[in-house]
Ligand binder design. Structure first.
Ligand SMILES: Nc1ncnc2c1ncn2[C@@H]1O[C@H](COP(=O)(O)OP(=O)(O)OP(=O)(O)O)[C@@H](O)[C@H]1O
Ligand SMILES: [Mg+2]
Length: 240
């Protein structure tokens, strides 16, 4: 079964790419044949993917931001057989009217949010656009917030958690502000591919997220499984 996970928040620097690449690397290590689809013209996840070596678990990359893209149904053909997870990284600045296409057929929509006033405000707008413009129903339980770069017991963290409680959207996990993410990204690694004793405190915070994603009920048969792009899609592969 292919599950599609979209990481979305129009606010720049909230952690979309960090979450997308680490999830893809985790799924690769689990043998789930992930696809990492990069919708960001900055190509950050694509660049990370290119750093990966042949002997690392394989992630199939699709540079969905390439300019010659047109959306068609034949994209389905570009997902390699056996793909069980599609992780989608989205750019900063996605307008509300761009959201319906991005989240179409998504089993889960992850919204990373940083603990700051500006980010809290942006997150609130993102969730309301998902509900009102993209017409994601709260009752579907597809939206999950990830509090990112958190330093616990700070005033702003407590403000963030209070705010998230008012949204009635679940906070799936809180990720620490940790240099492990920077180190891993520089090397083309996922957190879970680093030496366990270095990253244990961080990998633990991914468990609730992975559990939540795996427990998503599959979308109804009426939903389109993945966003669709034409067969000329450039495909970037890392490792095998
Ligand atoms: N939990 C974290 N701890 C430490 N650094 C982090 C963490 N999450 C993200 N970062 C760093 O913050 C910066 C922005 O993160 P990232 O690129 O994932 O955000 P983004 O939402 O994809 O940004 P953009 O909107 O520009 O695409 C990066 O340098 C990343 O390494
Ligand atoms: Mg990014």
């Amino acid at each position: 079964m292919t599950r599609k996970i979209v990481v979305l928040n129009p606010k720049g620097g909230s952690g979309k790419t960090t979450i997308a690449i680490n999830l893809a690397a985790y799924y690769a290590a689990q043998g789930l044949g992930p696809v990492l689809m990069d919708h960001d013209p900055q190509g950050s996840s694509t660049r990370w993917l290119k750093k990966r070596l042949q002997d690392q678990p394989r992630i199939h990359g699709i540079a969905a931001y390439e300019k010659n893209f047109r959306v068609t149904r034949s994209f389905l053909l570009r997902i390699p057989p056996g793909t069980q997870r599609v992780v989608i990284d989205t750019p900063a600045g996605v307008p509300a009217h761009g959201m319906p296409d991005l989240v179409k057929g998504a089993d889960a929509i992850l919204v990373p949010v940083l603990p700051s006033d500006i980010d809290i405000h942006a997150c609130s707008k993102c969730i309301s656009d998902l509900l009102l413009v993209a017409k994601v129903r709260r009752s579907e339980g597809r939206i999950g917030v990830v509090a990112n770069r958190v330093r616990r017991n700070t005033v702003v963290f407590n403000t963030l958690m209070r705010f998230l409680a008012t949204l009635q959207i679940p906070v799936i996990t809180t990720l620490r502000d940790s240099t492990n993410y920077l180190r891993a990204a520089e090397l083309g690694y996922g957190l879970h591919e680093m030496k366990p004793y270095l990253v244990r405190e961080d990998t633990e915070t991914w468990l609730p997220l992975i559990d939540w994603l795996e427990s998503r009920p599959p979308l109804g048969a009426t939903a389109s499984p993945v966003p669709l792009v034409e067969a000329s899609t450039p495909v970037l592969e890392a490792a095998s």
